[in-house]
Design a protein around this ligand. Structure first.
Ligand code: GLC
Length: 450
């Protein structure tokens, strides 16, 4: 009897602990996470001395470049056209609400005036300007949040305990986890002390250690971040389920639940935390002189809409050129997104994934009793025929799932024309009077729900 009683107490304690883990989030952080979800669209920037080689941010590793020789690139880094303000104005025009910048990538070069390492943009380059200082000022001025990418892995420092990386300094004689960990925390402290409010720290690279027993001491590091800036969110591109202390979940080159890029196998999607999908415009994160494989603007816009319909943000990447300007293709895509967001932004910002889950024909987003129906996939085989879509007398229909809502009224967001619909026993059938034109990126209908 005593044993049963004890077991019961232990069970209750365990249950309350896991509930505690869920509810321990402060109201303040809950509001921050909500605000992040409302923002929906951010710009990811991969910029560093690797940009000079025009071959992506992994060039040092992939080309097996000598670390000392690579470091000399810094002496030539002088991006004469760089203007944080011009960048930020372009992003704002495109409708982006935050910027995630690579403060230090795997090559170990710091893009701010770090006291913890002279291998940085102020001390080691003729440029001598603190990029993060200028970006944070421009973002603050234009109302965009600044998030900072920070690499756990380092290909330059000899104290970094190299994991699975093939072409990295790997000298057990110099490896020193204690000094490396202290170095990272000192840098994070600088970033969270000297540059105003930072919206998030975006970690990457801990997958370098595949061994389970390697302890990154994340708990302590996450606590440090939250102590320095209680409103700073933490995300980590570890490709797994979020762990304690993380405020949002990241998906690399895929929408939540997909695994086309191969990073998200077994990556369960959190239904508690905000989601963010980061994607490139071409195939490379850092500037590539040869990668012209840009997606069309329509495709990028559809990805943004799909992300919103899957309750996720889109973090869209740009690899600025070594001269400090953005690639022309990126600028064009930004302008096109801007034109779309100007018209349809209210169907994206502040919404959550709608009551109708993602369908083969598109997605829905929702704000209160307004359901935005985004028809994205209307030209497959030149016909409007997809699962869930039927042609009826030359018009188009789909079913709303039966649920707690019914539809009062539907209009086209572009023309305001009202759309005929019928609430039927199995759901709602919606009739479009005309086919969307094939150049239509996203046909948005607005349904008023009861
Ligand atoms: C990967 C790459 C890295 C890139 C990141 C962005 O982790 O290693 O270069 O910054 O993806 O998601």
């Amino acid at each position: 009897m005593k044993k049963i009683f004890l077991a019961a107490i232990l069970l209750v304690a365990a249950a309350s602990q896991s509930i505690h883990a869920e509810t321990v989030v402060s109201d303040q952080m809950r509001a921050v996470r909500n605000d992040f979800q409302d923002r929906k669209f951010g710009i990811f920037l991969h910029w560093g001395i690797y940009s000079m080689l025009g071959d992506g941010e992994w060039v040092m590793h992939n080309k097996k470049l000598d670390r000392t020789e690579y470091a000399h690139l810094a002496g030539g880094f002088c991006p004469s056209w760089f203007s944080a303000r011009e960048w930020v104005l372009l992003f704002k025009e495109a409708g982006a609400q935050y910027v995630t910048f690579t403060s230090r990538h795997h090559d170990g070069f710091s893009m701010w005036n770090s006291a913890a390492s002279d291998y940085n943009v102020v001390k080691a380059t003729p440029f001598g300007r603190d990029v993060i200082k200028e970006l944070s000022a421009a973002c603050a001025q234009e109302g965009l949040k600044l998030h900072l990418y920070y690499s756990h892995m380092d290909w330059q420092r000899l104290d970094y305990p190299t994991g699975s990386c093939q072409n990295c300094p790997h000298d057990p004689g110099t490896t020193n986890w204690e000094t490396y960990y202290a170095f990272m925390n000192q840098q994070l402290t600088e970033l969270l002390t000297n540059y105003g409010p930072i919206g998030a720290i975006w970690f990457d690279g801990m997958w370098d250690h595949k061994e389970k027993e390697f302890d990154w001491r994340l708990k302590e590091q996450y606590e440090l971040i939250h102590r320095l800036q209680p409103k700073c969110m933490i995300g980590n591109n570890h490709h797994g389920a979020p762990i304690e202390g993380e405020d949002f979940q990241l998906f690399e080159q895929d929408l939540p639940g997909q695994n086309t890029a191969g990073f998200s196998k077994d990556q369960a999607v959190s239904n508690q935390l905000p989601l963010e999908s980061c994607q490139t415009m071409n195939n490379t994160w850092g500037y590539s002189i040869t990668d012209k494989n840009y997606k069309s603007s329509a495709e990028v816009i559809r990805r943004l809409v799909k992300a919103a319909g899957m309750n996720s943000n889109l973090l869209l990447n740009i690899g600025p050129r070594p001269d400090g300007q953005l690639p022309d293709e990126a600028v064009k895509i930004l302008q096109d997104i801007g034109a779309f967001m100007h018209k349809y932004g209210s169907s994206i910002y502040d919404t959550r994934g709608g009551v109708v889950p993602p369908q083969p024909w598109g997605v829905t987003t929702q704000k209160g009793k307004k359901l935005y129906i985004h028809i994205l996939n209307h030209e497959q085989d030149g016909k409007i025929s997809n699962e869930g879509l039927e042609r009826i007398d030359g018009s188009l229909s789909f079913m709303m799932p039966k649920g707690k809502y019914s539809i009062k009224q539907i209009t086209r967001m572009d023309t305001g024309a009202s759309i005929t619909f019928r609430n039927e026993s199995e759901g709602t059938r919606v009739f479009l009077h005309s086919r969307p034109t094939t150049d239509q990126t996203d046909l948005v209908l607005v349904a008023q729900l009861n």
